[in-house]
Ligand binder design. Structure first.
Ligand code: CP
Ligand code: NVA
Length: 317
């Protein structure tokens, strides 16, 4: 039984299998492609808002021959306090797989354990694995293999998206630099779990070190240092879902960490700019930078569909 619960636990070989298969699902769309989910019903259990993840999974499941069933977590008994493990045991007897978006990573793990059906993490507070697999596919489609490349993540370095990037760098072996204010840098525990061998001096301003598989990680408050020579400059929202009570503090601390044309001057001249979306112009990215890189950003959004087909196909095979 396979699950995709996090990039921390996804084997490197599985990531490579998914990335390799994604191109075939992209070019083969609209033709007579295999229907590996024929006869299956998959639940989409969402406790947070979604446009891309919901639509891309619903379409992917249908195009692979299955039936998606969207369940808003607030509308089912889970929303009235029924335990996740009971919900899991019920769905496990009725559907063939579940895609879950929720808050605690432990809820997705508990769901997988109790449901005994393939379970996919569609975003938790800790990770967004489907997004980062798609981002890597999108990068490689335009620039070739990621291992020799430099990825600069600018903004909330403690977000789910940033944390999945860290585990991807540790597995696939590329250089990841995170520019974030001290209060929004990735937790030390995440860096340790990703296998950062030297943490540098704990000045509170930054750290980093070597990763497995030839990767490198730098965490810094210095934007220019992070972006210098980068092949990809990436950002995510400053106020993630569930963090709304911290909006004022976040907007203030993160204000200097905007991706804009002045910052991009430090990156490679042909650097790609990506955003997982939704984007807040004038906050994490300027309007003109977003619009100049819109074709990459919406290719990235479209690729969610193709990569998630590869994920579903891998999980059931
Ligand atoms: N990027 C992403 O996961 O978008 P949604 O929140 O719209 O699903
Ligand atoms: N970090 C963001 C990602 C949205 C796709 C959030 O959790 O809201």
């Amino acid at each position: 039984m396979k699950h995709l619960l996090s990039l921390e636990t996804m084997p490197r070989a599985a990531m490579e299998t998914v990335l390799k298969a994604s191109a075939g699902f992209k070019t083969g769309r609209g033709g007579r492609h295999a229907q590996p989910l024929a006869g299956q019903t998959w639940a989409l259990l969402f406790a947070k808002s979604s446009t891309r993840t919901r639509v891309s999974f619903e379409v992917a499941i249908r195009e692979l021959g299955g039936q998606p069933m969207f369940l808003n977590a607030a509308d089912i008994q889970l929303g009235r306090g029924e335990p996740i493990k009971d919900t899991a045991r019920v769905l496990g007897r009725m559907v063939h797989g579940t895609v879950i978006r929720t808050y605690a990573q432990s809820d997705v793990e508990e769901f997988a354990r109790y449901s005994a059906i393939p379970t996919v993490n569609a975003l938790t507070d800790q990770e967004h694995p489907c997004q980062i697999l798609t981002d890597i596919f999108s990068f490689e489609e335009k620039r070739g293999p990621i291992p020799a490349s430099i990825v600069a993540f600018v903004g909330d370095g403690a977000s789910n998206v940033a944390q999945s990037w860290i585990f991807a760098a540790a597995k696939l072996g590329f250089e990841l630099r995170i520019a974030a204010p001290n209060a929004f840098q990735p937790p030390r525990d995440v860096l340790r779990r990703a296998g950062v061998r030297e943490m540098g001096t704990a000045t509170g301003r930054g750290c980093g070190g070597e990763l497995e598989n030839g990767g490198r990680l730098l965490v810094t408050e210095h934007l220019e240092q992070a972006v210098a020579g980068a092949d990809l400059v990436y950002t995510d929202v400053w106020v993630s879902m569930g963090k709304e009570a911290e909006t004022a503090t976040r907007l203030q601390a993160l204000e200097p960490f905007q991706v804009n044309n002045a910052l991009l001057k430090f990156a490679k001249p042909d650097a790609l700019v990506m955003h997982c979306l939704p984007a807040y112009r004038g906050k994490e990215i300027s309007e003109n930078t977003f619009e100049s890189h819109a074709s990459t950003i919406f290719d990235q959004a479209e690729n969610r569909l193709h990569v998630q087909k590869a994920i579903l196909n891998w999980i059931i095979s």
